[in-house]
Unconditional design. Structure first.
Length: 267
């Protein structure tokens, strides 16, 4: 068993009287792909926001690689190697594909504004390094030919790939994927699952993925946790979780057990 890279301990998030996440604990092993599923409003994205520092925490803590990072903001966590994609695409559509990826690589830039204006040698070295990182990320996701195109001209599936390229350009150790296959057809989803598996191996990544598409989760995640109304209702090996009676009930309600079990596994 690999050591844990991420541990979420007794996470609770309240918005006024609403408890969005209720005493959640989960552990993601280094080198694994971990799924987080549940119906709409279950608290999945709220959990992601707490992990990457972009959202509030009422109580609990987040530990990354043995370090308590609860007090760090999202920039501080990015510097430690935590990157994410978003359920709603956050690309700048008027910028080129390459410039969108360069945003992800910005954490490698160390020179200040004055040195940049003077085009100091260190700035030029950084520029060359960032261009190399951008080119490699685009090549990896299959978008090298779109380098100079506006991001808004890409197909929906390619824009999803572009978000992943931008995350990879940050040089992460841990990537949060927020519904990466949303809006994709079955063929695009299968291609994306293969890309995520390839990225995990090529870049030695650990991945936590929110998804509604069970085919995607079954394809990539070794372990999965299920949230419902902010509470953890099941956690364990993905195949076992998808056959759990509580999970079946949450997703499919009152259908017969045989019908429900089949649909949860193959949906």
């Amino acid at each position: 068993m690999n050591r844990p890279l991420l541990a979420v301990e007794h996470l609770t998030v309240r918005f006024g009287g609403l408890v969005a996440v209720d005493d959640l604990s989960l552990t993601v092993e280094e080198g694994s792909i971990f799924g987080l599923i549940g119906p709409n409003g279950a608290g999945k994205t709220t959990t992601f926001n707490a992990i990457n520092g972009s959202g509030p925490m009422t109580s609990g803590r987040v530990v990354f690689d043995g370090q308590d990072i609860t007090g760090l903001d999202s920039r501080g966590r990015a510097r430690l190697g935590i990157a994410r994609t978003f359920q709603n695409l956050s690309l700048v559509e008027a910028l080129s594909v390459a410039d969108n990826v360069a945003v992800g690589a910005a954490r490698f830039r160390r020179t200040g504004l004055l040195r940049a204006m003077l085009r100091a040698p260190a700035v030029r070295r950084e520029d060359r390094m960032i261009r190399r990182v951008v080119d490699e990320a685009l090549e990896f996701v299959g978008l090298a030919a779109a380098h100079d195109r506006p991001a808004g001209s890409l197909s929906y599936g390619d824009r999803r790939r572009l978000e992943i390229a931008r995350a990879l350009a940050a040089g992460p150790r841990f990537v949060l994927l927020d519904e990466p296959s949303a809006g994709m057809d079955a063929h695009e989803t299968a291609d994306l699952a293969a890309l995520v598996l390839r990225a995990r191996e090529a870049f030695d990544l650990t991945v936590l993925a929110i998804e509604h598409d069970m085919d995607f989760i079954r394809s990539v995640a070794s372990h999965t946790s299920v949230l419902d109304f902010g509470q953890l209702i099941a956690s364990g090996p993905t195949e076992a979780v998808l056959r759990d009676s509580k999970v079946i009930e949450v997703y499919l309600g009152s259908k017969s057990e045989a019908e429900k079990g089949s649909e949860v596994v193959h949906a």
